[in-house]
Write a protein that binds this ligand. Structure first.
Ligand SMILES: Cc1cc2nc3c(=O)[nH]c(=O)nc-3n(C[C@H](O)[C@H](O)[C@H](O)COP(=O)(O)OP(=O)(O)OC[C@H]3O[C@@H](n4cnc5c(N)ncnc54)[C@H](O)[C@@H]3O)c2cc1C
Length: 598
């Protein structure tokens, strides 16, 4: 006897595409063996066979759209084999359907699993009664990579009631950012700032003895900071009942990854596998050549130190090594430091480090490096040859997209290793999402965490979840710091965007003068028609914190008057933002108001 298997009740959904056929003609199936996978805009779901038998005919193809009652497969029942528990060939009313959003699918299990879950329940999630009882998959969400993108996605997914597995190849969670990126670099930068502040105060009458640097203790403190954060993450994962699997994940097919000898099947995956430093092929393998990871665990401070790459990471490391006593040279191929940032914002930094470093070479390439007993000999494109004791290569990062077997899941990866996504962080395979460095620039932790929440919320069916931030702010935590967001003048020129600009010089800020650091500026760009803020750039101590106000102003669509009429505490550096807005509003009194354009 043949059973015509039909699409069961799909809750609110109809006309959903078949994205995968899991059996072939002639296959033996048990009752409950998944036959094919459907995908709504909220979740993927398998349709199981209600009976045991042999697949006789497949009545649909991948891409076909089906609704409740559409015949999908003919199964010749095995003699004597019973139907699935319950004895029905279709789910009974009130029994789990195969088509509720993923969030609902595990609602009973997950809500028990995450006591105290604080995330809002997705409004689109239908009541548990309409949810499928069980998925044939081991988990609803698998997250690959536990950097800021991955752990945020996993935690948010769990808080939204989704059964979640987080896979990380290293024992410690936190990825690049916590272990070998944002956090350790900022700990070292704080140490550097403490020393350079003390040096700066000499000219103002405060004399300290030259610092004695216990490098092992300093590295130990940095490790402690990292340990506190990464340990905290492990605790948070445990409390949320996120299962953490240690090992390298590789896709087996669109619904399974392998980690060692374990295969994990999933309804949805979030790829958060990050990036790694770019290597320059012509530079020899030598222990004296390091990347940012090596630079953050120094065993000694080199004498002659070359930083290849005048971007944010290179310059932050240069700041640290300079303060610790190295003789620093920076070489940058393009014609300015921090390419991509407006020149006027970089200038105060270039001026300060120009006095401190041995050399800053812009518009210059490294042509060759030769390792010798006396050091690393470096040939530059300007004809100069110099010897260094250590070289830091900080020329960018390459995404890990090609290291995941993504092709087995059908996920498109670009030649450079990036994975393309839409505003909901979906890849070309709709139930597989990607976030963080692996999806593109800017490679920043706060972009990764924002995207992570979008992906988790889209999977859970939170209405309106999408990446629609107006800007991702950038910060170089150098001394002085350089921060920018929204429209830059360089982009405005390239795209012919009209704007009005106001620059408040920190030399007119009482707070900046009192800190002995008037070497800063706050620049705001406004839309000449609407008057709204379009972009901002701040250079000076603490610029990374100050830029946040302008990001909020941009997101809120504020104009100069809104900012100027907001009372800023005095004396603070935050006033410089208000002063620049007052310049646009022509209400400034701390400087002469700018002349009105005729
Ligand atoms: C020195 C330095 C300083 C930085 N400073 C800042 C800063 O101040 N602010 C800022 O916003 N950004 C900073 N960044 C950038 C920031 O670290 C990254 O943008 C951020 O870590 C990206 O997060 P992610 O989750 O995409 O990936 P990652 O943090 O790269 O995490 C990816 C994780 O995936 C794991 N993984 C990869 N492949 C697999 C696999 N197949 N199986 C299992 N696990 C896998 C990796 O081990 C890693 O833990 C800095 C970077 C560096 C190097």
């Amino acid at each position: 006897m043949s059973t015509e298997v039909k699409v069961p009740e799909l809750g609110d959904f109809e006309n959903v595409p078949v994205i995968e056929i899991l059996v072939g003609v002639g296959d033996d199936v048990e009752a409950e063996t998944p036959l094919l996978t459907l995908e709504s805009d909220k979740a993927t779901m398998d349709v199981p066979s209600p009976v045991a038998g042999k697949v006789e005919q497949i009545l649909v193809a991948i891409g076909d759209h089906v609704s409740e009652g559409t015949p999908i497969v003919l199964v010749a029942e095995t003699a004597g084999a019973g139907a699935s528990p319950g004895g029905q060939s279709q789910p009974a009313a009130g029994a789990p359907s195969a088509a509720a959003p993923a969030g609902a699918a595990a609602a009973p299990e997950s809500s028990a699993a995450v006591p105290g879950s604080t995330g809002p329940a997705p409004a689109a999630t239908p009541p548990a009664a309409a949810a499928p009882a069980r998925s044939s998959y081991e988990t609803q969400v698998v997250v690959i990579g536990a950097g800021p993108g991955g752990y945020t996605a996993a935690f948010r997914a769990a808080d939204l009631g989704l059964k979640t597995i987080l896979i990380e190849r290293y024992e410690r969670l936190g990825g690049v950012c916590l272990n070998v990126g944002c956090i350790p670099s900022k700990a070292f930068l704080h140490a550097a700032k403490t020393m350079s502040d003390a040096e700066d105060m000499v000219a103002r009458g405060l004399h300290f003895e030259a610092p004695t640097i216990d490098l092992a203790a300093l590295v130990g403190w940095k490790d402690e900071v990292v340990g506190q954060l990464t340990g905290g993450l492990a605790q948070l994962a445990k409390r949320r009942k996120v299962e953490v699997v240690t090992g390298v994940a590789e896709f087996v097919d669109p619904h399974a990854v392998r980690v060692g000898d374990r295969e994990i099947t999933f309804e949805n995956a979030i790829i958060a596998a990050g990036s790694r430093p770019v290597k320059l092929p012509f530079i020899p393998e030598d222990p004296r050549v390091i990347d940012s990871t090596g630079a953050l665990s120094p065993s000694e401070i080199p004498g002659r130190f070359l930083v290849i790459g005048g971007g944010v990471i290179g310059l932050e490391m240069a700041t640290v090594y300079d303060a610790l006593g190295a003789e620093v040279t920076v070489v940058e191929m393009l014609d300015q430091l921090i390419p991509g940032c407006d020149k006027d914002l970089v200038k105060p930094l270039a001026t300060r480090i120009g006095k401190r470093y041995k050399q800053i070479l812009t518009g210059t390439e490294v042509k060759a490096v030769t390792a010798g007993d006396e050091g690393l000999s470096v040939e530059f494109s300007n004809g100069q040859t110099e010897i260094y004791d250590q070289i830091l290569v900080a020329v960018g990062r390459v995404p890990n997209g090609k290291l995941l077997g993504a092709e087995r899941a059908g996920v498109a990866v670009s030649d450079r290793g990036f994975i393309g996504v839409d505003a909901q962080q979906r890849t070309n395979v709709p139930h597989i999402y990607a976030i963080g460095d692996i999806v593109g620039q800017p490679m920043l932790a706060h972009k990764a965490t924002h995207e992570a929440k979008v992906a988790a919320e889209v999977i859970a069916g939170v209405p309106g979840a999408a990446f629609d931030a107006r800007t991702v702010p950038s910060v170089a935590y150098t001394d002085p710091e350089v921060a920018w967001m929204g429209l830059t003048e360089a982009t405005a020129a390239a795209q012919d965007v009209k704007y009005e600009k106001q620059v408040f010089p920190w030399a007119a800020s009482g707070r900046a003068l009192g800190l002995g650091r008037p070497d800063g500026l706050t620049k705001l760009l406004f839309d000449p028609d609407s008057g709204r803020l379009l972009g901002a750039g701040i250079t000076g101590v603490g610029a990374g914190d100050l830029i946040a106000e302008t990001v909020l102003a941009l997101e809120a669509g504020l104009d100069a008057q809104d900012i100027a009429l907001t009372i800023h505490p005095h004396p603070t550096l935050s006033e410089t933002v208000a002063f620049a807005a007052e310049m646009q509003d022509r209400s400034i009194t701390d400087l002469m108001p700018p002349r009105k354009k005729s």
